[in-house]
Design a protein around this ligand. Structure first.
Ligand SMILES: Cc1ncc(COP(=O)(O)O)c(C=O)c1O
Length: 390
């Protein structure tokens, strides 16, 4: 590995207005707890991004901003090169985040009382975006068999018809179960949604975190018909650790969907995207950014190997092998503890702040989600504390 990429150094994040590190007391967590919950990374971002941000900072005029041609060109090249997806500049809409885009899509494309389907256990703001907007939540629970999660297509199809589902929020790759959906699985979803007039919001924010042997398929790239019913949510924020800069790129090829989505953004009173977000994104989606990302993926693969080995020595614990994302989904049901006792032991005895599986909805009970995007020494210490507490 190129030694200019350093993922081993431990950076003190306390006192930096970090949600992950500084919000423990406000959220009722013990002081000194080690945070491995919310999905941001403990790594400093790529040098090319830091240089681009420093240049804008030196320039010092930080007025309203708008993406330029160079921005569109790098974005198009990134998707074409990595995913074979050819997109047009006019399809792009910026929002301050993907969660913001989910809420916007739900409000723009459905009405109060309409059914929206999600596949649990899944990233908890999916359910919140449905409930908070007064829509009806329909859940197609994923099925765990032989250590792998699968889609129950019969249940999916039946619920879409019976509940008259208008919108499906797809998590691809899937947080927290770590699946990188295969093309045939995505085709199965597309076929059902096309047949029953369901719009798909494809949250592909984890697309750049794919482990060897798997490949990410852009849902909208399945074909022109599928593209026509899809809103693709992307962002450099996970891949390059830029969540604090609030920029995501939403791709909507269908003009009517795009117009409705834009109108809803307008009704929220939002117009111009973050300048630092745009600058960071343009720098990230470059050759230097790609090289940094490749080194990061190799490092995260090593971190996952550590978790795998740790779980292998603990018969009551099962590591769900991820195909993508930097999140480890750990089945703790074999410990035989109640969900409350499990959570309490991890928090109080191990001193670890993880995401309890229950927050991800049906199918999450008895699981814990561990964010592995930290220096290996930190991860090793956390795993030791976890084991020790039991
Ligand atoms: C699937 C998924 N979507 C969206 C987000 C958050 O996106 P944003 O910070 O852009 O709102 C996350 C962060 O963990 C995520 O896992």
């Amino acid at each position: 590995m190129d030694m200019s990429f350093d993922f081993d150094s431990v950076t003190e994040r306390r006192g930096t207005m970090s949600l992950k590190y500084d919000s423990a007391p406000r959220r009722g967590k013990p002081a000194g707890i080690l945070p491995l919950w919310v999905a941001d990374m403990d790594f400093s971002t790529a040098d090319c991004i830091k240089a681009a941000l420093a240049q804008v900072s030196r320039f010092g005029v930080l007025g309203y901003s708008e993406p330029d041609e160079a921005f569109h060109a790098v974005l198009r090249a990134w998707f074409a090169r990595r995913y074979g997806y050819s997109l047009q500049a006019e399809w792009l809409v910026q929002t301050p985040g993907v969660v913001s885009a989910l809420y916007t899509a739900v409000r723009a494309l459905t009405e109060a009382g309409d059914a929206v389907l999600i596949q649990s256990p899944v990233y908890y703001p999916f359910a919140a975006a449905v409930r908070d907007t007064g829509r009806r939540l329909v859940t197609n629970e994923l099925v765990l068999s032989d250590g792998r999660y699968h889609i129950d297509f019969d249940d999916l199809s039946a619920k879409i018809q019976r509940e008259k589902v208008k919108l499906l929020i797809l998590c691809s790759p899937h947080n927290p179960v770590g699946r990188v959906w295969r093309r045939d699985e995505l085709e199965g979803i597309a076929e059902i949604c096309l047949r029953h007039g369901v719009v798909v919001v494809a949250d592909e924010i984890h697309q750049d975190f794919i482990f060897p042997g798997c490949a990410h398929t852009v849902f909208a790239a399945l074909g022109a018909e599928t593209q026509n019913i899809t809103i693709t949510c992307t962002s450099p924020s996970k891949s390059f650790n830029l969540a604090g800069l609030q920029l995501s790129n939403i791709i909507i090829a269908n003009k009517a969907l795009r117009r409705a989505f834009r109108a809803e953004i307008g009704r929220g009173g939002y117009s111009q995207p973050s300048l630092m977000g745009l600058v960071a994104c343009r720098a990230a989606y470059s050759a230097e950014g790609a090289a940094w990302l490749e080194a990061l993926l190799a490092y995260l693969g090593g971190n996952m190997a550590l978790v795998r080995a740790w779980a292998a020595e603990w018969p009551e614990i099962r590591f769900i092998e991820p195909e993508g994302t930097y999140l480890a989904w750990i089945d703790c049901r074999g410990l035989g503890l109640s969900p409350d006792a499990l959570a309490e032991t991890i928090e109080q005895k191990a001193g670890l702040w993880l995401d309890d599986g229950r927050i991800f909805g049906p199918g999450g009970e008895g699981f814990q989600r561990l964010n592995t995007a930290c220096p290996r020494s930190v991860l090793a210490g956390a795993l030791e504390r976890w084991r020790g507490a039991f």
